[in-house]
Design a protein around this ligand. Structure first.
Ligand code: FES
Length: 571
């Protein structure tokens, strides 16, 4: 076996090696320092990240696998982001989590890493870190929770919160019943059970090749999850021995496979910014247009909330990601590898659909072409995205008057005003929610509909925003508009009453006013007042360096890799 990176700390008889070993002994056997691989378990377990609170138990199984394969496991708690709690939005901290994890992996005697994540931002931040430090890495996903039910009906995390809260606002559900449903929502350990961002990122990571094939989507309480964790621990030792690193494992084909998977499962739009950011760390060319070119024509095969009816427990029972990928095998890059060293497509031979109500065969898709569409026009010169699978077909070609909100607070203050000049054909425009403007690009694009329209039975409207949308949300929502209003994008120039054209088939998003008139406009004072640059700290660094959504919203100086070498010693 080649000399391990960790031997630079533990090998030899000098004073420094003495210090490194002596402080680490605390029960480790003598052979822990004989040159075998030391594997970090980058662990996002946290009581404040409830979706990941069970990960310490998963880490124990990973550890057993590492020991068994001849490695030495090291638990490394890293920054954890709980989607539901962290303010102002977990996305503000994704790049910080990635940076901190990258630096700690580089700074410590680590030869390989298991990336233990679950909740939305945790797998993306861990993968960005692993890509930049370029150490052998395998993702171990925490798994979705089991299906909760309320009054005999399954509850989808997130998706049904949006649905039920709109029913309360429409007056068709009592507040008391809404409150009762709360304790039924979260039935078990694990992350959201819809095809929200967490489930999407686990599936996308498996399609990318960085999860042991067949593991994404195993429910968190399922005993097979711990078995897979054990196997993952074993595998990472093998990866170290064979020198398989993100830079020599992942290719452009791996990312295109991830885009095919994203479309076929009807996954979250958040995967777009995360995949762009991960590819950016590896120097792999990937653009917004690749999502449209590669994914838009892919059929939607998974009938899962928010685009469909079922939940992740059903998905796993029905055959899971591998059953879906087998149906679109001809669209996958046959050479793209997985962490096992074998191509992704080789694992699809035995995959099977066990329940066609959950996973459709290719010739009976839920939608023929449902992948994310990328729109351009004078409202989004850098691009914007829409998820047709979660939108209303009758709104995909639409012309309506803009109703503009300068901020989330402005929207909340006015949306239920009975005097609001709005009808079902209006286009709701929300700005000031991009990476720089909020800051952090919150999940607010699926803004609530005006109460007076809800009461009339309206359940969807065209909405346009420079922010993101929860992976569990649905609606005809155009999001990730780039450049954002705070970066001088034309979204900041829209005025209430302007005619807006959305034509998804033509990939068009336009403000239907003469270009000359648009150029003469200035951003409104109310909008500009919302963009006070933070004075200090991470937010300051973030605002000064964050890139736009069409570039993955990474920090400009974090793009690329620094590798794992550390050239200087501390003493
Ligand atoms: Fe953690 Fe949804 S809140 S995955």
């Amino acid at each position: 076996m080649a000399e391990q990176r960790s031997s630079q700390w533990y090998g030899g008889t000098d004073r420094n090696a003495y210090i490194h070993r002596a402080w680490m002994r605390r029960g480790l056997p003598e052979h822990a320092f004989d040159g075998r691989p030391h594997i970090a378990i980058a662990n996002t377990a946290s009581d404040l990240t409830p979706c990941n609170s069970h990960l310490n138990e998963v880490a124990e199984s990973v550890k057993q696998g590492i020991w068994e394969a001849g490695g030495v496991p090291m638990n490394l708690p890293v920054v954890s982001l709980g989607e539901t709690l962290v303010r102002p939005t977990a996305m503000l901290w994704r790049n910080m989590a990635a940076m901190a994890t990258e630096e700690m992996l580089r700074a410590n005697p680590v030869d390989g890493v298991v990336l233990l994540g679950g909740c939305d931002k945790t797998i993306p931040s861990l993968l960005m870190a692993a890509a930049s430090v370029d150490l052998p890495a395998v993702v171990m996903p925490g798994g979705p929770m089991l299906t909760g039910t309320f009054r005999g009906v399954a509850l989808g995390c997130g998706t049904d919160v949006w649905r039920l809260s709109e029913e309360v606002r429409a007056g068709t559900l009592s507040e008391k019943a809404f409150m009762r449903s709360e304790s039924s929502m979260i039935r078990s350990r694990g992350h959201c059970n819809t095809m929200g961002t967490a489930s999407t990122m686990a599936c996308v990571a498996e399609a990318l090749g960085v999860i042991v094939p067949g593991v994404a989507g195993i429910p968190a309480p399922d005993s097979r999850l711990l078995q897979s964790a054990h196997e993952t621990g074993r595998l990472v030792v093998e990866l170290v021995e064979q020198g398989r690193r993100p830079s020599n494992l992942l290719s452009r084909g791996s990312f295109l496979n991830a885009i095919v998977a994203l479309a076929a499962i009807g996954g979250s739009t958040n995967a777009v910014v995360h995949l762009l950011a991960i590819a950016g760390r590896l120097g792999i060319e990937l653009s917004l247009d690749d999502f449209d070119r590669t994914g838009a024509a892919v059929p939607l095969l998974a009938d899962l909330q928010p685009a469909g009816r079922h939940l992740m427990e059903d998905f796993h029972r029905a055959g899971g990601l591998q059953a879906v990928l087998r149906e679109v095998r001809d669209l996958l890059d046959p050479d793209a590898l997985t962490v096992t060293g074998r191509p992704l497509v080789e694992y699809l031979d035995e995959a099977q659909i066990w329940d066609k109500t959950v996973i459709r065969p290719r010739d009976e898709p839920l939608q023929i072409a449902a992948g994310i569409a990328v729109l351009y026009g004078n409202l989004a010169p850098g691009g914007a995205v829409i998820k047709p699978a979660a939108a209303s077909p009758e709104l995909m070609s639409h012309r309506g008057r803009a109703l503009v909100f300068d901020s989330v607070e402005d929207m909340h203050a006015r949306i239920d005003d009975p005097g609001l000049d709005v009808d079902a054909s209006s286009v709701l425009v929300l700005r000031g929610c991009g990476p720089r403007g909020y800051p952090g690009m919150p999940e607010v694009a699926n803004m609530p509909l005006p109460a007076k329209l809800l009461e009339l039975g309206v359940r969807d409207m065209v909405r346009i925003c420079d922010g993101r949308m929860s992976g569990t949300a649905y609606g005809t929502v155009v999001l990730h508009v780039a450049p954002e209003a705070a970066a001088g994008g034309p979204l900041g120039l829209v005025e209430t009453g302007d005619p807006v054209i959305l034509d998804v088939e033509a990939r068009r998003l336009e403000l239907d006013i003469p270009q000359r008139d648009l150029e003469q406009r200035k951003p409104s004072a109310a909008m500009r007042a919302g963009f006070a640059a933070p004075a200090r700290g991470w937010e300051r660094l973030y605002v000064d360096h964050v890139m736009q959504a069409n570039q993955g919203a990474d920090l400009d100086f974090l793009v690329g890799s620094s590798g794992h070498r550390v050239s200087r010693e501390s003493h």
